[in-house]
Design a protein around this ligand. Structure first.
Ligand code: XMP
Length: 326
């Protein structure tokens, strides 16, 4: 019989037993999973925890501010922000293969943490040892889909499981490893996190990097960020957030099509809307969004984002499609 209070109590004990008096770093991404795992570890070990937010430049509009303001205000967690935008873009230059992107992003994530780790020594140790523990918001479906579960194939390297480098310098603390998303949300609410954080739709760790089909560049990120912000704004305005599991917005950066605007010919990129309904992301169906909402999103994106001249709707369930395009 599942009960969020019991799970919290049990995990708090486990975390304390694992880390003792050691210091802990947490990989905060702005998503629900890392927000809840961080809050859980914070509950267990208090200010032994330092949350680290890596701005990898693959974030959506307003995400960094949400973490720096809302999350810190609601938890009182100690937060260090790292600006790694340049490093990630450089590492991703020239790369279009999805798995390669995922591995690079996963690797750069860890490298960024290791840099912070070197700077922040363990204040509990007299000889100033580096911080050894790292929290990750890995969920059960992440473990299964990265081939960690019995008899499963590796479908995608989720950045927080399959993409870790061999020479990992951390011992991982993963308090959500046996849980599904709805359970994680229940725990977050029980821990007193605000609804804007707990109710957030899932967003992948590799961020917009795996929503640009093709090479990731600063210009392409800008286009996708603008289109994504419009789609999210319209879905929220239409009151559809609770109904949709998530709605990836994807830029087909290597595809161009001909369009017309005013008297002129355009030759722009398509944006794909991928609204899905799901219980746990293991399977999903495409969400039948109202036509008027789709129409508003399409009109606004093609009017407001100069480089986009076509908006298309993904009507594939999972399987055979995955939720993300990469
Ligand atoms: P797929 O595309 O595999 O996605 O159907 C299933 C769910 O997982 C999210 N996702 C990720 N989450 N790191 C994450 O933390 C990742 O690397 C990653 N890849 C996909 C995706 O958004 C969906 O909710």
């Amino acid at each position: 019989d599942w009960n969020s209070g019991n799970v919290i109590a049990e995990q708090v004990e486990r975390i304390r037993a694992q880390v003792g008096s050691g210091r802990v770093l947490s990989a905060l991404s702005g998503g629900v999973d890392s927000a809840v795992s961080t809050a859980l570890v914070h509950k267990a070990v208090g200010d032994q925890l330092i949350a680290v937010f890596v701005d990898h430049g693959l974030l959506r509009k307003g995400e960094r501010e949400q973490v720096e303001q809302d999350y810190v205000a609601s938890t009182g967690v100690r937060l260090v922000t790292v600006d790694a935008r340049h490093t990630f873009l450089e590492a991703l230059a020239g790369v279009s293969d999805p798995e390669e992107k995922r591995k690079i992003i996963g690797r750069e994530f860890i490298r960024a943490f290791e840099r912070v780790q070197r700077e922040l020594v363990d204040e509990a140790k007299a000889d100033g040892e580096p911080i050894r523990f790292l929290v990750q918001g890995t969920l059960y479906p992440d473990v299964v889909e990265s081939g960690g579960g019995a008899g499963t194939a590796n479908i995608k390297s989720h950045h927080n499981v399959g993409g870790l480098p061999e020479d990992l310098q951390f011992e991982l603390v993963e308090p959500l490893r046996t849980l599904f998303k709805d359970e994680v949300r229940a725990i977050g609410r029980e821990l007193g996190l605000p609804e804007v954080i707990v109710g957030r739709q899932p967003f992948p760790g590799p961020g917009l990097g795996i929503r640009i089909v093709g090479e990731v560049t600063a210009d392409r990120l800008e286009i996708l960020r603008d289109a994504d912000a419009i789609a999210r704004e319209e879905l929220t305005k239409a009151g559809l957030d609770a109904e949709i599991w998530q709605c990836p917005v994807v830029l087909l950066a290597d595809v161009r099509s001909v369009g017309v605007q005013g008297d002129g010919r355009t030759y722009g990129h398509p944006i794909v809307l991928r609204p899905v309904s799901s219980e746990d992301a293991m399977t999903a169906d495409w969400t039948r969004l109202p036509y008027d909402v789709l129409s508003r999103i399409s009109n606004r994106i093609t009017n407001e984002v100069r480089e986009v001249n076509r908006v298309v709707l993904d009507v594939t369930s999972k399987p055979p499609g995955t939720i993300e395009w990469e």
